[in-house]
Design a protein around this ligand. Structure first.
Ligand code: CMP
Length: 139
């Protein structure tokens, strides 16, 4: 298996409820390493740009409002098979369907306020990492 990098966003519901530490602990326990990290308050333009692929979805406005409600913590995770591994650690998008022990099962409220985002492919991971981090942040 190859060493990959993936983008994680700890979302506003999780920062509001002080679940950042608990989530980072689950990430590190899984063997993924945090190689860059920043807490920031997204603008509507940033959130809309990041989720541009969902622009035509009925929940797009709700998603942008939610993602700009409070600060988020963006990070780059590195490890073997990092994209798939982080998706396993997060659990299903809908926390009702997430497996026991996953971040979303433990912390998320519903499909909208689902505590974390993770890239869904290596190609998207590269685009998403570049959205938030410069090459110099990732040495
Ligand atoms: P994420 O992995 O960040 O990618 C897109 C996000 O859209 C997703 O997590 C959810 O937070 C959100 N989303 C997906 N489906 C719905 C839905 N039916 N209603 C509201 N938000 C949704």
């Amino acid at each position: 298996m190859a060493i990959e990098r993936t983008l994680s966003i700890i979302k506003p519901d999780a920062t509001e409820n002080d679940n950042v530490g608990g989530i980072l602990q689950l990430i590190e326990k899984s063997g993924l390493r945090i190689v860059a990290m920043r807490r920031m308050h997204l603008t509507k333009a940033q959130a809309g740009g990041f989720y541009e692929v969902h622009k035509e979805r009925p929940f797009f406005g709700e998603l942008v409002d939610f993602m700009t409600r409070s600060p988020v913590v963006v990070s780059v995770l590195e490890g073997e098979d990092a994209v798939a591994k982080y998706r396993e650690v997060m659990g299903a998008t809908d926390p009702k369907k997430a497996a026991d022990g996953t971040i979303r099962k433990l912390f998320a409220k519903d499909i909208g306020e689902n505590s974390v985002h993770g890239s869904d492919s290596l190609e998207n991971a590269k685009r998403e990492i570049a959205f938030f981090f410069a090459e110099a942040d990732l040495l």
